[in-house]
Design a protein around this ligand. Structure first.
Ligand code: UDP
Length: 237
C-alpha cells in the first residue's frame, strides 16, 4: 500500500489505552497501539502522536469535586506525560525510534517541546509523541493535537475513537444513532456534536486542517486511511 499522506498526527484519548479496565493502562492495548503505529511508520510516513490523560486524571472532573481547576489541569497534563512514556516504551520495543516532547518541562524524562527539533525528528523517521497537551490549563489534548498538527504542517489529523466515526447522537446509548460520513467544521459546532471540543474544531476550521474520526479497534484502519481508503468520518471545509 502506498501512503497518500507524508506527515500525519494521530490523536489517541487516554481512555483508548485503558481497554476493558476502569482506569490506567492495559498492557495488551498498549502493545496493540504500538503495532498499529509501527505499521504506519514502516510505510515511511512521518508520524506524530498526541495522547490524552483521561484514563488517569481529568481536570474538569476533579474541579467539579472542589479542586482548583488549574491544579487539576496540571495533574491532567502530567497524566498525559505518563501515557506518553508508556507509549514510547511500547513503540521502541518494536524497533521504532521515538522522542517524547513535553509542553511542561520534565527534563529527566522528556525533551521540552521545540518545534524545530520535532520537525528534525520527524524527518529522520522518529515518532514524536507530544506530551502535556498545550501546557496550559483549561485546554484539552484535542486542542493540543490540532495545534501541534498545524505547527508541524501535518496534512491530516487522525482522531481515534471507540466507534467507527461520527454519529448524530451517541451510538453506545442510542441504537438509532445515524452515522455521518462527511461533515463541515461549522456543522460539527452548530450541531454540538461531541467529537472534539469547540476550541479544537474552531482551530482546525480556521486553518483548514482535515480531520478523520475513526475506530482504532479494527486492525489496520489508521494505515488504510493514510493510504487513501474512505473510512471513518471526514471533517473539513
Ligand atoms: N489538559 C490541560 N491542558 C491541555 C491538555 C490537557 O489542562 O492543553 C488536562 C486537562 O485536565 C484534561 C487532562 O489534561 O482533562 C487530560 O486530557 P484530555 O481530557 O484531553 O484527555 P483525553 O480525554 O483525550 O483522554
Amino acid at each position: 500500500m502506498t501512503p497518500r499522506y507524508k506527515r500525519v498526527l494521530l490523536k489517541l484519548s487516554g481512555e483508548a489505552l485503558m481497554g476493558d479496565q476502569t482506569m490506567g493502562i492495559s498492557p495488551d492495548v498498549l502493545q496493540y497501539v504500538a503495532e498499529e503505529i509501527e505499521s504506519i511508520c514502516r510505510m515511511g510516513v512521518q508520524l506524530a502522536v498526541v495522547v490524552g490523560g483521561g484514563n488517569i486524571f481529568r481536570g474538569v472532573a476533579a474541579s467539579s469535586y472542589g479542586m482548583d481547576r488549574t491544579s487539576a489541569d496540571h495533574m491532567g497534563m502530567l497524566a498525559t506525560v505518563i501515557n506518553s512514556i508508556a507509549l514510547q516504551d511500547a513503540i521502541e520495543k518494536r524497533g521504532i525510534a521515538t522522542r517524547v516532547q513535553s509542553a511542561i518541562e520534565v527534563h529527566a524524562v522528556a525533551e521540552p517541546y521545540i518545534l524545530r527539533k520535532a520537525l528534525r525528528h520527524l524527518e529522520k523517521g522518529r515518532v514524536v509523541i507530544f506530551a502535556a497537551g498545550t501546557g496550559n490549563p483549561y485546554f484539552t489534548t484535542d486542542t493540543a493535537a490540532v495545534l501541534r498538527a498545524e505547527e508541524i504542517h501535518a496534512e491530516l489529523l487522525l482522531k481515534a475513537t471507540k466507534v467507527n466515526g461520527l454519529y448524530d447522537s451517541d451510538p453506545v446509548k442510542n441504537s438509532g444513532a445515524r452515522f455521518i460520513k462527511q461533515i463541515t467544521y461549522m456543522d460539527v459546532i452548530k450541531r454540538q456534536l461531541a467529537v472534539m471540543d469547540a476550541t479544537a474544531i474552531t482551530l482546525a476550521m480556521d486553518n483548514h486542517l482535515p480531520l478523520v474520526v475513526f475506530s482504532m479497534r479494527d486492525k489496520g484502519n489508521a494505515r488504510r486511511i493514510i493510504c487513501g481508503e474512505d473510512l471513518g468520518t471526514y471533517i473539513g471545509d
